[in-house]
Design a protein around this ligand. Structure first.
Ligand code: LLP
Length: 425
C-alpha cells in the first residue's frame, strides 16, 4: 500500500494533507513518509529473516540525516560511497560496524577516516586500490576488512547510465581476473579478506540478471576456497527496482528466497545495498503551477520545481507520475466552472529545453494549483543543484499526523556561502 493516497479528494502523506504541507512550508518541497521508509526497510529485513547478514541502505539514494536516523533506529546497516556519507551516517546514529564502503575512487584520507571509525568492510574495485588501502590501514594502525567488487559481465538490461555490471563499465574487477587480485590482496598483512561484492545496476525489475550474477559469484567463491581464500560474506549490491508507472518488480521476499536457496549450506552471510526501493515511493516533490502557457503546438504548465530539483527526467528520460494534491476542487469565482483536462507538458523555470518534470500529462490545471511529483524519495533531493542560482528545496518528514521540517529551504546567503567579492575592485 502506498502511503500517499487520496482521502476525500485530498492527497495525503500518512495523516497530513499535502496541500497543508505546501501552505506551511512553501514549494518546491520534498515530503517523505517515515512509515513508508520503515516498511520498505522491514520488507528486506524480514525477508532476510534468520539468515546472517545485513541490509545496508545505500545512502546515495537519500542522505537526509533524519531519513538516516529513521533507518538507523530500525537497525539498518549503510552502504556509503564517500567520507561525507559516512559522517552523515555517524551523525544519524548509525552503527559503524554495519557500514560498507563502496565506490571506485576512495581517497587515502577517506580510507583512514573509515578504518578509524571501525566500518565493516571496504568494497575494493581495483588492483591499485588494494595497495592504497593496505597503506592506509598501516597508517591507521588497524587492519582493513576487504571485499572485492567483481564485475560479472552480466547485462542488467536497465538504462545504460545506471547499468554497471558490463565489461565496458568502469566498475569492479573482471571476474575472470578476480582470483589473482584476491591473491594479491592476501599478500598484505594489513588487509583482512572477508567477502565478495557485485552490483550490476539499478532499477532492475527482473531478477534473472541478479541470479545470473550470483551464479558466477558463487563459482568464484568455490575457486577461491580451493585456493585457500575463505570468504565470510557475499554482497549482491543494490535492491530491486520500483514501480514508477507500470513496472512490476518481484516481491522482495521472493527475491531473497531465491538467493537464500542458492547459498543454502554455504555458511556465507548475505549483504544487500538497497537504496531506491527503500525510499523512492516514500517521497514526493510538491510544486506550484506558476503559469499556464497554451500554444498552438503544445500546452505548457510552468511550475516552480525544475531540473535542478529533480534531474531524473532530464538525465534518464525517467517517468514519474504527477498528481494534483486536491482533486476537482477548482472554484472559479466568475463562473464556477472546472478547468478542462488537457495534455500538459509540466516544465520548470530553468533555461534549458531539457528542463521538464513530465510530458503529455492529462490534468485539469489552473494557475496556483499544487502538484505532487510522485516516487521522488530516491535520487531526488540528493541530485539537486543550485543551477540558475536556484535555492534548493525544503525537505519535510511526516510522522503520522505531524510534519517535521528536516531541511530548511536554502536562502540567498546559503547560495553565496564561501564566495567572496574582491577587495581591490
Ligand atoms: N550499491 C552500489 C554500489 C550502487 O552503485 C548503487 C546505486 C546501489 C547500491 C543502490 O542501488 P539501488 O538499490 O538504489 O538500485 N541516479 C540514478 C540511480 C543511480 C544508482 C547508482 N548506484 C537514478 O535516479 O535512477
Amino acid at each position: 500500500m502506498s502511503n500517499f493516497e487520496y482521502q476525500n479528494g485530498q492527497l495525503m502523506a500518512e495523516k497530513c494533507t499535502l496541500s497543508s504541507i505546501a501552505t506551511t512550508y512553501g514549494t518546491p518541497t520534498f515530503v517523505y513518509s517515515k512509515s513508508a521508509i520503515e516498511q520498505a526497510y522491514m520488507n528486506y529485513a524480514n525477508a532476510l529473516g534468520e539468515h546472517s547478514g545485513m541490509i545496508c541502505y545505500a545512502v546515495k539514494a537519500n542522505s537526509n540525516i533524519a531519513v538516516l536516523q529513521v533507518l538507523a533506529k530500525c537497525g539498518a546497516g549503510f552502504d556509503i560511497v564517500s567520507k561525507g556519507e559516512l559522517q552523515r551516517v555517524l551523525k544519524a546514529g548509525g552503527d559503524p560496524a554495519r557500514i560498507i564502503f563502496s565506490g571506485v575512487g576512495k581517497t587515502t584520507a577517506e580510507m583512514v577516516f573509515a578504518i578509524r571509525a571501525g566500518i565493516a568492510c571496504f568494497n575494493v574495485e581495483s588492483h591499485a586500490e588494494i595497495a592504497r588501502l593496505a597503506a592506509a590501514a598501516a597508517t591507521a594502525g588497524i587492519n582493513a576488512p576487504v571485499s572485492l567488487r567483481v564485475n560479472p559481465n552480466v547485462d542488467a538490461k536497465t538504462h545504460p547510465y545506471i547499468s554497471t555490471g558490463l565489461k565496458e563499465n568502469k566498475f569492479g574487477i573482471d571476474i575472470l581476473h578476480a582470483l589473482e587480485v584476491y591473491q594479491y590482496a592476501k599478500t598484505f598483512e594489513t588487509l583482512d579478506i572477508v567477502g565478495v561484492d557485485c552490483h550490476i545496476g539499478s532499477q532492475l525489475t527482473d531478477t534473472t540478471p541478479f541470479i545470473d550474477a550470483l551464479d558466477k559469484v558463487l563459482e568464484l567463491v568455490d575457486t577461491l576456497a580451493k585456493n585457500d581464500i575463505h570468504l565470510k560474506h557475499i554482497d549482491l549490491g543494490g535492491g530491486i527496482g520500483v514501480t514508477y508507472k507500470d513496472e512490476v518488480p518481484p516481491s522482495i521476499s521472493d527475491y531473497l528466497a531465491s538467493i537464500k536457496t542458492k547459498i543454502a549450506g554455504r555458511n556465507l552471510s548475505l549483504i544487500l545495498e538497497p537504496g531506491r526501493s527503500i525510499v523512492a515511493n516514500a517521497g514526493v516533490l510538491l510544486t506550484e503551477v506558476e503559469y499556464l502557457k497554451p500554444t498552438e503546438h503544445k500546452d505548457f504548465a510552468i511550475v516552480d520545481a525544475a531540473m535542478n530539483d529533480n534531474i531524473r527526467p532530464a538525465l534518464y528520460q525517467a517517468w514519474q507520475d504527477i498528481l494534483p494534491v486536491k482533486q476537482n476542487t477548482h472554484n472559479n469565482a466568475d463562473n464556477n466552472t472546472q478547468p478542462e483536462a488537457k495534455n500538459w507538458d509540466i516544465v520548470g523555470p530553468v533555461c534549458e529545453t531539457g528542463d521538464f518534470l513530465g510530458k503529455d500529462r492529462t490534468l485539469a490545471l489552473q494557475q496556483g494549483d499544487i502538484l505532487a511529483m510522485m516516487s521522488a524519495g530516491a535520487y531526488g533531493f540528493v541530485m539537486s543543484s543550485n543551477y540558475n542560482s536556484r535555492t534548493r528545496a525544503a525537505e519535510v518528514l511526516i510522522d503520522k499526523d505531524k510534519p517535521y521540517l528536516v531541511r530548511k529551504r536554502e536562502t540567498f546567503d546559503d547560495l553565496i556561502n564561501g564566495e567572496q567579492l574582491l577587495q581591490h575592485i
